[in-house]
Design a protein around this ligand. Structure first.
Ligand code: 13P
Ligand code: SF4
Length: 320
């Protein structure tokens, strides 16, 4: 028994050393290649910790543009790395796990959108950034969860074809007089958060405020105290109360807890995991920098059109 415990203890030490070695090697290669690491707020804690910048989709798109580094290692999912490649064509954008996708982004194709547009010739197409470059290229303007209301209200058209997130589209419709025609897409991680989860969490933590992401269903949003993008949550809790129930992907708790060690955060349920956001590990980040993989490239004709939709979004001023 003692021998076994000793062996386990040694194994623990070894793996800690391994992790430390990997971290050091990543930092060396980052310097050597003049690279910068960006990580979304849902990434694994160790990936967030090693990143130069963490943030939401909007913040990371802007960071990618402002960086002087030649290489951007994007720790997120495919559409985020694509956005960086669209906005910064002069840089090399790497996504460490090529299969890190977004199920919601896969719920619409450019062909299907082209067909839908024929039905609504007078509509403007607003496309959530959680979409492929091809779908962005077919859209008039992009939005993120942080600016969707402002983007929709900035448009002249009274009718909006909103793709691909029906929940975000529904959320926007509450703050706009425009007619929103939603696409039938959704985020599986947010859509499975139910009213019963919120009620249960509130019973367990009666003093906590409920923060929800606008990708949640309407009935969940109705029970929330506040609705924010992930960075919106990070900003809000700084000056708010002491306890929060968080209705979004659980990776955000790492940042919330790190920034506010004196406050308490609870996941709304045990199922709030996006597997794609957990795909990147320290090992795959190291391999990415060692082998320059996986380079995200967008055909130039698609990139130019998708860029117009992103640029239009970036010009919209936030009012809230
Ligand atoms: P935000 O960080 O922009 O709120 O992103 C939500 C999301 O689901 C990204 O996949
Ligand atoms: Fe896509 Fe949802 Fe995962 Fe975000 S959390 S990457 S929207 S599936």
């Amino acid at each position: 028994m003692e021998v076994e415990t000793e062996r386990l203890a040694t194994k623990g030490c070894d793996s800690m050393q391994d992790t430390q070695d990997i971290v050091e090697r990543i930092l060396e290669l980052k310097k050597e290649h003049n690279a910068v690491i960006l990580a979304h707020n849902y990434e694994r804690g160790e990936i967030q910790d090693i990143a130069d910048f963490t943030g939401d989709s909007l913040g990371l798109s802007k960071q990618a543009m402002e960086q002087e580094a030649e290489i951007i290692v994007f720790c997120g999912v495919n559409f985020m790395a694509e956005s960086a490649a669209i906005l910064s064509p002069e840089k090399i954008v790497l996504l460490p796990e090529i299969y890190a996708g977004c199920p919601m982004a896969s719920m619409i194709t450019a062909d299907a959108l082209r067909e839908e547009k024929k039905k609504y010739p007078d509509s403007a197409v607003v496309c959530y950034v959680n979409s492929t470059a091809e779908v962005k290229a077919e859209s008039d303007i992009c939005c993120t969860s942080a600016n969707a209301v402002e983007v929709v209200n900035s448009l002249e058209e009274d009718e909006i074809l909103f793709v691909p997130d029906k929940n975000l589209g529904d959320y926007v419709s509450r703050y706009s007089t425009k007619k929103i025609i939603p696409w039938e897409g959704y985020c599986p991680t947010h859509n499975q958060i139910l009213v019963t989860d919120v009620i249960k969490a509130r019973k367990e933590h009666p003093d906590a405020e409920v923060l929800a992401h606008p990708e949640c269903r309407r009935d969940v949003i109705d029970l929330a105290d506040k609705v924010f993008s992930t960075t919106g949550m990070v900003e809000y809790v700084k000056d708010a109360g002491n306890e929060f129930i968080v209705a979004t992907e659980r990776g955000i708790l790492h940042k919330l807890e790190k920034d506010n060690p004196e406050k308490k955060f609870y996941n709304v349920s045990e199922y709030t995991v996006c597997p794609d956001m957990k795909a990147i590990t320290l090992e795959s980040l190291l391999l990415s920098l060692e082998n320059m993989q996986y380079v995200i490239t967008i055909p130039e004709d698609i990139r130019v059109k998708a860029r117009l939709a992103l640029d239009r979004m970036l010009k919209v001023k936030r009012s809230r």
